[in-house]
Design a protein around this ligand. Structure first.
Ligand SMILES: [Zn+2]
Length: 503
């Protein structure tokens, strides 16, 4: 199965926005910020008591995936929690979660960040290092110099495996910082140790860990050998004081979670860990630092902008400097960048998303951009009508059970309690649009999956190659289409889809 993308058939999960960990369904006076677009806010603001605003996530449990695949999926807006791979439906969700990344070059060292580094250097060296001689903007040089000259502080990268010492720190952190008292070794493992990656990436080699643990001394151009999940344990006077849980991707480091000892709150370890990760990225010749999701109207998350950043336009699979779209995404709004003069008549083309390079939008001013999210997904936008036409053809011509979707079903009535009975909705920004799926059927490209895609039915424990798409039962066809729409056609080709006929 190595190289295979082994996943459970994707599904949509929704729960009332009150359970959203960021806004708790409450944006105070700014209720309109629960809506992705002004036109939806306009349409629904006076019906707020009747509709259920939800927290909407799509994804799959993943049994196996390699780091290259995960790297690409991260740049399509996915994140993982343990073995669960997910992305948010930015249209229906109460909050707009944007993938955010930065590079060491982009970090603007504020006074606060400079202070954080110099205090750290003083604490761990007792003031006995030459880092003070370096310019205060050179945070990489200062951190490296201080750590190489410290006897009291060191860190160690190691496999993302359980230990009692790590678990104790996790509990202390969760209870004191998040008032979360429902922890167990099992929940710790599921959240921060379980991964969908193979043993070669989880365990690495002695040589690869050794190189990573001596990151301060790597030479320019030297290639980092380790890719995979890692726990970086921070020790002060041999006491474990923090753990950075990360995925080391071919293109950079993706921060998963950070745990710190509340007794060390004065160290500003959260800020420091981001700067340390950026220093590691620079010294190990990686490119990007992925900080997870950015939510503009969430005070808990918008600190991420301080590290200088690019935001993913999930419909183009391209990044754009946060500064240049800040006004488009303020008030919790969805953005899709488009040329000012271009007219949009359907959802954007997405087919090659999974083979795209990690591009940024051209930042020259020759073409002026605007936010085209309303034109596509707005209450008067083009997406829903076009998706309904395609849904009809997909069903009639190819027997794939797509149903038309009413524009009014974006939000459910509270009394209906329907919660996406038909799975992944027809219109979701960043997913392959139905018109394009229809193209894949009509051009015959769908047959490229035959002889490549594997299907595993849980009830019969039968694994088989897809031999003829058209002969598959409607429910299997729909599941294959869900995988194509979520993860892309190329990724679907190397997939093993696990499914249950009873689910
Ligand atoms: Zn929310």
């Amino acid at each position: 199965m190595s190289g295979r993308f082994v996943i459970w058939a994707p599904s949509m999960h929704s729960e009332p926005a009150a359970k959203c960990g960021y806004c708790h369904g409450n944006k105070g006076e700014n209720k309109d910020q629960l809506f992705a677009l002004d036109s939806w806010a306009h349409r629904y603001m006076d019906k707020m008591d009747a509709i259920e605003i939800e927290n909407c996530t799509m994804g799959s449990f993943v049994e196996h995936m390699d780091m290259d695949t995960y790297d690409r999926l991260c740049n399509m807006g996915f994140r993982r929690s343990g073995k669960f791979l997910y992305k948010v439906d930015p249209l229906r969700n109460c909050c707009r979660l944007y993938t955010i990344r930065t590079t060491p070059r982009e970090v603007a060292m504020t006074k606060e960040l400079k202070k954080c580094v110099s205090r750290f250097a003083n604490r761990i060296t007792g003031g006995d290092c030459c880092s003070a001689a370096l310019p205060s903007s050179d945070f990489v040089g200062r951190i490296v110099d201080a750590e190489l000259n410290s006897k009291a502080f060191h860190t160690r990268f190691e496999p993302a495996l359980y230990s009692d010492e790590k678990y104790q720190l996790f509990v202390k952190y969760q209870e004191n910082v998040h008032q979360d008292y429902k922890n167990s070794p099992k929940s710790f493992k599921r959240f921060l140790c379980d991964t969908p990656f193979g043993p070669e990436e989880v365990l690495g080699t002695q040589e690869s860990w050794e190189q990573l643990n001596n990151w301060q001394s790597m030479k320019p151009g030297e290639k980092l050998k380790h890719v995979g999940p890692a726990h970086e344990c921070y020790y002060h006077e041999d006491k474990l004081i923090a753990i950075a849980v990360s995925d080391i991707l071919p293109s950079g480091i993706s921060s998963v979670y950070f745990i710190w000892d509340p007794d060390y709150s004065k160290w500003s370890l959260g800020k420091l860990s981001a700067l340390r990760d950026l220093a590691i990225i620079q010294k190990t010749n990686l490119q990007y630092y992925y900080l997870g999701y950015y939510i503009q109207d969430c005070p808990k998350m918008n600190y991420k902008a301080n590290y200088g950043a690019e935001i993913l336009d999930v419909c183009h699979g391209k990044y754009i400097p946060l500064k240049s779209i800040e006004n488009m995404i303020s008030r919790g709004k969805l953005f899709v960048l488009g040329e000012k003069k271009a007219k949009v008549s359907k959802e954007l083309y997405l087919a090659d998303t999974d083979t795209r390079k990690l591009l940024s939008f051209p930042t020259d001013n020759a073409v002026k951009y605007k936010n085209i999210a309303e034109e596509i997904y707005g209450a008067e936008g083009c997406a829903f009508e076009s998706a309904n036409e395609s849904a009809l053809e997909l069903k009639e011509l190819y027997g794939i059970p797509y149903e038309e979707e009413d524009l009014d079903t974006i939000y459910h009535l509270k009394e209906q309690n329907t919660h996406f009975p038909s799975g992944i909705p027809n219109v979701v920004p960043g997913l392959l649009p139905l018109w394009e799926l229809l193209d894949i059927m009509q051009s015959g490209k769908i047959t490229d999956l035959e002889g490549k895609l594997l299907l595993f039915e849980i009830e019969t424990e039968g694994i088989r190659l897809l031999m003829n798409f058209y002969n598959e039962p409607p429910t299997v066809k729909k599941r294959i289409c869900d995988v194509i729409r979520l993860f892309g056609f190329e990724t679907c080709m190397k997939a093993v889809i696990l499914y249950s006929e009873q689910m």
